[in-house]
Design a binder for this molecule. Structure first.
Ligand code: SAM
Length: 279
């Protein structure tokens, strides 16, 4: 016999499934293959914050009120990021991957799930210092338009600069980090020239198409929110987007290890989650 708690959870999961189906059918955003643990956590948070009685009420609201859907969209997209996050891996990118990238006449890089842009600006700085930026085209994409707008602006809170500077130094930075921004009251504004090789674009990994002939795909701390099936589909997207011998850089908790497509990649630096597409 099931107890009430199990029963409640079963009903809640069913309501969540209906909610996701409704969001997809009504607005085209597909969260159906995100991890249930992530969905439950974030939707319960919204339930409480908006004082709604249950997920059923949330379904009604989402179908009838676009602004509520947009609120939910923000809840489901976690934008936590920082410049030179995991600095030791940036050091490895600098020392091990950039020299390999230099063997191509022109280099295309895709940052999928770039959030507010800190990761992509870190890459632009690194490539500049290694003399490669001018030969690169960087695509920075996310499906969260509010995050993308911030990314395009390149303005960050001043109180984060100490952390960014420390990360930059640990990542093998060759200059003074302050060369790359001007301070203005409570913010730092990144220098405009850092943006010249970057194209920011709205792109949904689940429903939009592949990029082509990339030398490097960076997708860190995005796939952790997806279930195994969706992760597998996205790995295929990355495989199709990379040129033979191109590199894939995942987040610290993500891996190709158990993936069926893993055998079509070489685990170049498995601890750092850097893979190479087979030739
Ligand atoms: C935690 S942030 C990671 C930011 C950065 N890559 C990093 O590691 O610092 C995750 C980002 O993935 C984005 N994201 C989640 N699902 C997505 C999807 N289906 N398509 C595109 N971006 C997505 C979110 O909007 C969010 O900006």
């Amino acid at each position: 016999m099931t107890n009430t708690t199990d029963d409640d959870k079963e009903v809640e999961d069913l309501e969540i499934t209906l909610l996701l189906e409704g969001m997809f059918k009504r607005y085209g955003y597909d969260f159906r293959d995100y991890s249930m643990a992530h969905l439950r956590r974030r939707l319960r948070y919204r339930l409480e914050s908006s004082s709604l009685p249950d997920m059923g009420a949330m379904l009604h609201l989402v179908l009838h009120d676009r602004s509520f859907f947009e609120l939910l969209l923000r809840d489901l997209s976690i934008n936590v990021t920082e410049m030179f996050r995991d600095p030791d891996i940036y050091l490895m990118i600098r020392n091990e991957i950039v020299p390999r990238l230099k063997t191509w006449p022109f280099v295309k890089i895709w940052h999928a799930g770039c959030a507010t842009g800190e990761e992509v600006y870190s890459m632009a700085i690194l490539l500049h210092e290694e003399g490669l930026l001018e030969r690169c085209q960087i695509y920075a994409t996310d499906f969260n338009q509010i995050a993308l707008k911030k990314a395009k602006a390149g303005i960050f809170p001043l109180d984060q600069v100490r952390k960014f500077t420390s990360n930059y130094q640990k990542s093998g930075g060759r200059e003074s980090f302050s060369d790359y921004y001007t301070a203005d009251n409570d913010s730092v504004i990144l220098k405009n020239w850092l943006k010249t090789r970057i194209v920011f674009a709205d792109h949904n990994l689940v429903t939009d198409s592949v990029f082509s002939e990339m030398q490097l795909v960076v997708c860190r701390n995005v796939l952790i929110y997806f279930n195994r099936d969706l992760q597998e589909r996205i790995f295929q997207t990355f495989y199709d987007s990379l040129c033979p011998g191109g590199f894939l850089w995942l987040g610290s908790k993500e891996s190709l290890k158990l993936s069926a497509i893993g055998k079509r990649f070489e685990a170049l630096f498995p601890d750092e989650k850097i893979y190479k597409r087979a030739l």
